[in-house]
Design a protein around this ligand. Structure first.
Ligand code: IPM
Ligand code: MN
Length: 352
């Protein structure tokens, strides 16, 4: 699903890398393209058409790029929006766990707005709950109420099973890493957060090997830029996870570097955490690395570790050799576009 904006350009590189790795390791992959986002609204009037849903259900994995279009952004009364396609996909495929790793690349640390010594070595994963909370709770669009005042409503609803299953994902990741789980909430104010904290406190006894700590979201937002190395695994609700992962991505120096996986009860989806960057569309300047690293996460999900490793190695080599898109290029460095970076990585894989 290439979607909108820069989506098709980075997807082209993602698929090229996927195919090169598949060929190298003797896997046969069949592809199906599907419509979503603004593109799908224009063509069939629905940002996540039934046909796309069927294609997702029949697939083993979905590689997704980005959706969104400026013509919807400044029109709060638009009836259908591209983002609804993404939300529908998450909900219909039961993708409740969004895994967003924040890793730094040593050679790019200077691109971070934070001080070198704070950022170097930062490496954490944010597990964002993806099918609950305010995104999906009862809503009322802006309307004039009985008192003649215009109002609107979003409900931050969570049930115990929803909280429990995402916390378990958090604990599994913590166990496989540095055994430190930070539960981020706003339990001093929000009832839904108090449910999170209650469930987490009950569960922590089952994971004695993992250190669990609790942090209010405002404090976590501060800590993330003050001392990003504090974190190993963060688990949090949908809205907090959305906000904190944009913050996390800037630690690394470019939003164009971060992949993610959304997993749950049906087909998993692999996608960059960034948006469709309409301003960059068609200019061959978008960074394809988040998409390419999403392909690495795809292979790793199926326990194809060497495949994932080769992609990561190729990405690191491209960065080391300054084969980089403009936003992370060194001063006076050679110019590489989306296509050239992708082609370099494909070539590296073929020659490996
Ligand atoms: C993300 C995006 C989406 C979200 C938007 C496009 C609906 O910002 O994946 O983080 O808010 O979840
Ligand atoms: Mn977001």
């Amino acid at each position: 699903m290439a979607g909108d904006g820069i989506g098709p350009e980075i997807m082209e590189q993602g698929v090229a890398v996927l195919s090169a790795v598949a060929e190298k390791f003797g896997h046969e992959v069949s592809y199906k393209e599907a419509l979503c986002g603004a593109h799908a609204i224009d063509e069939v009037g629905d940002p996540f058409p039934e046909e796309t849903f069927q294609a997702c259900e029949e697939a083993d994995a979905v590689l997704f790029a980005s959706v969104g279009d400026p013509k919807f952004d400044n029109n709060p009364s638009a009836k259908v929006r591209p983002e609804q396609g993404l939300l529908a996909m998450r909900k219909k495929l039961g993708l409740y766990a969004n895994i967003r790793p924040v890793e730094t690349f040593d050679c790019l640390v200077h691109k971070s707005p934070l001080k070198d010594e704070l950022v170097r070595g930062a490496d954490f994963v944010c597990i964002r709950e993806l099918t609950g909370g305010m995104y999906f709770g009862k809503k009322q669009e802006p309307a004039v109420n009985a008192d003649g005042v215009e109002d609107a409503l979003d409900t931050n609803y969570y049930s115990r099973p929803e909280v429990e299953r995402i916390l378990r994902v958090g604990y599994q990741y913590a166990r496989a890493r540095r055994k430190h789980l930070t539960v981020v909430d706003k339990a001093n104010v929000l009832a839904s957060s108090r449910l999170w904290r209650k469930v987490a406190q009950e569960m922590m006894g089952e994971y004695p090997d993992v250190t669990t700590d609790f942090m209010y979201v405002d404090n976590a937002a501060m800590r993330m830029i003050q001392d990003p190395r504090f974190f190993d695994v963060i688990v949090t609700e949908n809205t907090f996870g959305d906000i904190l992962t944009d913050e996390g991505s800037c630690i690394t120096g470019s939003m164009g570097l971060l992949p993610s996986a959304s997993t749950g009860s049906s087909t998993p989806v692999f996608e960059p955490i960034h948006g469709s960057w309409p301003q960059g569309k068609g200019l061959n300047i978008a960074n394809p690395l988040a998409q390419i690293l999403s392909v690495a996460m795809l292979f790793e999900y199926f326990d194809l570790k060497n495949e994932g490793k080769l992609i990561r190695e190729a990405v690191n080599a491209s960065l080391d050799q300054n084969v980089r898109t403009p936003e992370i290029q060194v001063e006076g460095g050679e110019k590489y576009g989306t296509k050239e970076v992708g082609a370099w990585i494909v070539d590296y894989i073929k020659r490996a």
